[in-house]
Design a protein around this ligand. Structure first.
Ligand code: ADP
Length: 454
């Protein structure tokens, strides 16, 4: 097992990794920017190294600075968390050449899955259901029209290097295709330095459902079931749950089996998430894979009792799946996570500043993953997630009422948060009935249910 791990991240996920390391008896090294000097990861890690000024490019995304810190602290491995360098194959490669184990998949597999069009082809070849679309990159708007006619409108044009919803356009007719194609190309080239586009059938009113997998370095892959992530705002997830009300045990087993087979073939290792869209006939279609731990991983942990971060570390240290899991995966009860972001309730802009009071809820079945505290400062340089409130109940009904009371008992003062919005979602009859798709929040806000009480 590793003796010392550097955590190349900040905030709640850095603290989450520190928790796993402490339980495994591994020493930890936090890295931090000047803006995070008084953060909890710095306080709870065994060692902490300042790697630069607040700006991301000069600190958390500065690969030479991160590697130098790892070398100075003499660590065996680096955990990248999510975001930042977590899906940067070059970073994983530099770790390898520096003799430091990157806790994640191999760089070549990360690269394959990171190019969405290539990932689509690889998954199709391995037998995973994908949406009808173009075979490969589309070279011109003329070719785009040909494909769209074959696939049938509406279609969605997507950037192969995409992420965060950029370089993506929904196209409903032939007339608007050339203009939207060029706009997506320019946006992708600007955002990713790569304007390659591909095309998929657009699914009306889909649900976003994703599967969590673990793969050891000896060819064993297991599926830990699904998470329902359809409650999104501008393609950003806000609330997640497991299991999904739409996935039957049979569908869960079928997709799980296909994924285990295909990821073994691809040579995938460590934790990963395979994202699908579910159409109105309840069929699942692959859209992309994330080659890292996800923000929403706790809902899977709550229903399976598997510690995913500890599993990642054990896998990277070479442990076989039998040792990592110590038994079959059993799903129990229902879990829900609400992302508590520090943001203005109407403008949805980040609300940085000092937290003047912070009291997280507790009690049976409640978990809070956070690095926030009273008098702590939320810097303006990073994302706005300040806490994840997760509950587990014996069934969805109990999870909903537990989340409702936990939100009521969560005190955050000094900054605006999404707590009032979550309280409204939890009270919504359609949400309670499990009737929603990825357009739920937009319709919910447009219907005047928007929160004004914060
Ligand atoms: P990104 O990597 O930019 O986040 P994704 O491919 O993961 O892009 O898609 C993000 C979201 O966009 C999905 O969760 C879904 O809401 C919507 N979306 C993507 N592809 C389609 C599609 N073919 N049909 C309908 N909605 C889609």
């Amino acid at each position: 097992m590793f003796k010392k791990i550097l955590i190349a991240n900040r905030g709640e996920i850095a603290l989450r990794v520190i928790c796993a390391c402490k339980e495994l008896g591994i020493r930890t090294v936090a890295i931090y920017s000047e803006a995070d000097r008084h953060s909890l990861p710095v306080r709870f890690a065994d060692e902490a190294i300042c790697i630069g000024p607040p700006q991301l490019a000069l600190s958390y995304l500065n690969i030479p600075a991160v590697i130098s810190a790892a070398e100075i602290a003499n660590v065996d491995a680096i955990h990248p968390g999510y975001g930042l360098l977590a899906e940067n194959a070059n970073f994983a490669e530099v770790c390898d050449t520096s003799g430091i184990k990157f806790i994640g998949p191999q760089p070549d597999v990360m690269r394959l899955m990171g190019e969405k069009e290539k990932a689509r082809s690889a998954m199709k070849k391995a037998g995973v259901p994908i949406l009808p679309g173009s075979d490969g990159i589309i070279a011109s708007d003329g070719e785009a029209v040909e494909w769209a006619k074959q696939v049938g409108f509406p279609v969605i044009v997507k950037a192969s290097a995409g992420g965060g919803g950029r370089g993506m356009r929904i196209v409903r007719s032939e007339e608007e295709l050339p203009g939207l194609f060029k706009a997506a190309q320019a946006e992708a080239a600007g955002a990713f330095g790569n304007g390659d586009l591909y095309m998929e059938k657009y699914v009306e009113h889909p649900r976003h459902i994703e599967f969590q997998v673990l793969a050891d370095e000896h060819g064993n892959v297991v599926s830990l079931g699904e998470r329902e992530c359809s409650i999104q705002r501008r393609h950003q997830k806000l609330l997640e749950e497991s299991p999904s009300t739409q996935v039957t045990p049979q569908l869960r087993d079928e997709i799980g089996a296909v994924l285990c087979k295909s990821l073994t073939e691809i040579g995938y290792t460590n934790a990963g998430t395979i994202e699908f869209l579910m159409d109105q006939e309840r069929r699942l279609h692959f859209i992309e894979m994330n080659t890292r731990i996800q923000v929403e991983h706790p809902v899977t942990e709550m229903v399976t009792d598997v510690d995913l971060v500890k599993s990642q570390i054990m896998i990277a240290a070479g442990a076989p799946m039998s040792e990592v899991l110590q038994g079959p995966i059993v799903h129990r009860g229902h879990a829900i996570e609400c992302r508590i972001n520090a943001e203005h309730p109407e403008k949805f802009t980040p609300s940085a500043g000092k937290i003047t009071a912070f009291h997280p809820p507790g009690g049976t079945g409640v978990r809070v993953d956070t690095a926030a505290y009273t008098e702590g400062v939320i810097p303006p340089y990073y994302d706005s997630l300040i806490a994840k409130l997760i509950v587990r109940g014996k069934d969805r009904g109990e999870a909903v009422s537990r989340m409702t009371r936990a939100l009521e008992m969560f005190i955050v003062e000094g900054v605006y948060t999404t707590i009032p919005l979550h309280r409204k979602i939890l009270a919504d009859p359609d949400f309670r009935a499990g009737k929603f798709d990825t357009g739920f929040i937009e319709r919910f806000l447009a219907a005047g249910k928007k929160d004004t009480s914060a």
